[in-house]
Design a protein around this ligand. Structure first.
Ligand code: NAP
Length: 251
């Protein structure tokens, strides 16, 4: 039986879904390198909480808008914590834009943070690791559209395609899987009512919680014959035609 993975690098891990993933891994005695960009106090508090569980944790800062910071993150993680067994590409930006106002600059920025950074990190990880697991957080709306976050959803579609290519490129040493969350948390800065208004689009008629995503991460870690899978954690939303709310149709 393959040895259990011991150390994970989680991008954007200081709060929200990333934080829950880190705590779930700690509960399994898996050490974490928590990457953050701005949320240093939340990252420090999480690190301290993990240490109280008797599990080691490290903090590393990087802004994925700066190519050199993205490129050095995996090497820095390796130097701080030793061999990394699991890379969780969780960090993302979620800016609003519509089909008619999407600019090339906004699309490029979404691609840089949400697709290029995870791709670079995965390549660096694969260079260093003789075995391991990569989990890319995409979005259940890759099965349809998000008419109010057009640059974002295009970048997540690119990451979904990259995820499939990684499965082939990094085999047989490294397994690669995606998790596609649905309605889990309101976007940063929005109230909980954001979710209540949208649950009508979910077959299960409720939103999920960060624990649902963390459970899928643990499942993938504990499933050594799964690679190339995308787990939709969205209450069935991806099989429903996504209403073009906010879309202005031509003709
Ligand atoms: N929330 C949902 O319901 C939902 C639904 C579908 C998909 N997802 C996906 O699931 C993942 C986690 O979702 P979430 O809502 O927890 O994410 P989030 O809070 O929007 O973002 C996670 C972290 O990403 C980091 N980040 C943003 N821009 C960055 C940059 N330029 N460089 C480096 N780090 C950057 C931020 O770190 P700092 O705070 O340290 O700056 C942030 O805390 C994301 O990939 C998201 O797209 C979430």
């Amino acid at each position: 039986m393959a040895p259990s993975p011991r150390t994970a690098l989680i991008t954007g891990g200081s709060k929200r879904i990333g934080r829950e993933i880190a705590l779930s891994l700690a509960a399994k005695q898996i050490q974490t390198v928590i990457h953050y960009r701005e949320s240093s106090s939340e990252a420090e508090a999480l690190c301290a909480e993990i240490e109280t569980m008797g599990v080691r944790s490290w903090l590393l800062r990087a802004d994925f808008a700066i190519e050199s910071e993205t490129r050095s993150l995996v090497e820095n993680a390796w130097q701080a914590a030793g061999p990394i067994d699991i890379l969780v590409n969780n960090a993302a930006q979620f800016p609003s834009d519509r089909f008619e106002d999407l600019t090339f600059e906004n699309l490029a920025r979404n691609l840089q943070i949400n697709a290029w950074a995870p791709f670079c990190l995965a390549r660096e990880f694969a260079k260093h690791a003789s075995s391991g697991l990569i989990i890319n957080l995409i979005d259940s709306r890759v099965a349809s559209f998000d008419w109010t976050h057009v640059g974002y959803i295009l970048s997540k579609n690119v990451l979904a395609a990259m995820n499939r290519m990684m499965v082939v490129q990094f085999a047989p040493a490294i397994r690669v899987n995606a998790i596609a969350p649905g309605l889990i948390l309101p976007p940063p800065g929005f109230e909980h009512g954001y979710l209540d208004e949208k649950v009508r689009t979910v077959p299960l008629e409720r939103h999920g919680n960060p624990e649902d995503i963390a459970r899928a991460v643990i499942f993938l870690i504990e499933s050594p014959f799964i690679s190339g899978e995308t787990i939709y954690v969205d209450g069935g939303r991806h099989v429903v035609e996504y209403p073009p709310e906010g879309a202005r149709r031509h003709g």
